[in-house]
Design a protein around this ligand. Structure first.
Ligand code: ADE
Ligand code: ZN
Length: 332
């Protein structure tokens, strides 16, 4: 096993619907009688050419339509947890998009029970702990997000936090201020996508108006020196997704990725996969890709893994224990 694969790490930015591999999409689609319009998994994979976030989202929401039953959601999530465990992931906080399913008539309880069941099984059978973060689709109105939150609260014990995803530009965080206040009043943890395609101002809004404890992506923060200073001073974690950034043309190529600049600036950056079934690799491949393209040595990569543990929503005792495991792994 390579150094990077064996390195204990947390994955903090992965959309569970984005782990739906073409083979599983094809099989579950057939089992549920959903016509995808593709003759084979290879044909599905061949359609994965994106020029922007929206290009990708259009295909991603179509693929998710094969998911209908609790077992489908369980199979999807458990398959991801197994692949993550094989990549050295010891803590996984997965995003799910209930509105993608409830808008097709799937009850939110079916979605949450399937995913939470898989997280529970993985936490007991794999060498990792797992939790769920519910994301609101920001291209839909804030009142739909509020209704989603209220119905999800019937399953409050099954998820630990809320996030904000989907089409970014034109859908600023400030639109969701009330929903996030309601979520915080329930003791939910808060994250938000910002600064992927959207401007640094959206990162400020996510922090000031939503109470975000981590920023998902955040790469465009570099355009605002005052914002960088703030993120460094407060050690706000950024969940960066390198292969995603290349595939969605947020950066031109991996060697142009600003990750090294972000590390040098003192930002608390972590490496994640976003939608690995669509972007060419799980978290281990993302670690490898940046290490190779940016010539980051083992000590920098170990620092990134430690950042992922510190930035997680684990309790302090579990963090301390995983951080010492990383030190022991590096020393051996
Ligand atoms: N949903 C799934 N992947 C996403 C991304 N990279 N940005 C915003 N929403 C998403
Ligand atoms: Zn994302």
């Amino acid at each position: 096993m390579s150094f990077l694969t064996g390195l204990p790490k947390a994955e903090l930015h992965v959309h569970i619907e984005g782990t739906l591999e073409p083979e599983m999409m094809f099989d579950i689609g057939r089992r549920n009688g959903v016509e995808l319009g593709y003759a084979s998994p290879d044909e599905i994979r061949a359609a994965y050419e994106f020029n922007s976030l929206q290009d990708f989202l259009d295909i991603y929401y179509l693929g998710a339509a094969v998911l209908q039953h609790e077992q489908d959601f369980f199979d999807l999530a458990y398959g991801y947890f197994e692949r993550a465990a094989a990549d050295g992931v010891r803590r996984s906080e997965i995003f799910f998009d209930p509105q993608t399913h409830t808008d097709r008539g799937i009850p939110i309880g079916v979605v949450i029970s399937g995913l939470a069941g898989a997280a529970e099984r993985a936490s007991s059978e794999l060498d990792m702990s797992c939790d769920l973060i519910l994301c609101f689709l920001r291209h839909l109105p804030a009142n739909a997000a509020m209704e989603t939150l209220e119905s999800a609260l019937d399953h409050r014990e099954s998820f630990i936090g809320v996030g904000l995803d989907s089409s970014e530009v034109g859908f600023p965080p400030r639109l969701f201020t009330d929903v996030f206040a309601r979520a915080r009043s329930e003791g939910l943890r808060v994250v938000a996508h910002a600064g992927e395609e959207g401007p640094p101002e959206y990162v400020h809004q996510a922090l000031d108006l939503l109470g975000a404890e981590r920023i998902d992506h955040g790469v465009r923060s570099l355009e605002d020196p005052g914002l960088v200073e703030r993120l460094v001073a407060d050690q706000i974690p950024l969940t960066v997704c390198p292969l995603s950034n290349v595939k969605l043309a947020v950066v031109e190529s991996m060697s142009d990725h600003p990750l090294a600049t972000m590390i040098d600036a003192g930002l608390l950056v972590t490496i994640n996969s976003d939608d690995p079934a669509y972007f060419g690799g799980y978290v281990g491949k993302n670690y490898e890709a940046v290490a190779n393209a940016l010539a980051l040595d083992d000590s920098v990569m170990a620092r990134l893994a430690k950042n992922s543990i510190s930035a997680s929503f684990l309790d302090d005792i579990s963090k301390t224990s995983l951080l010492s495991e990383i030190d022991a792994y590096v020393a051996s």
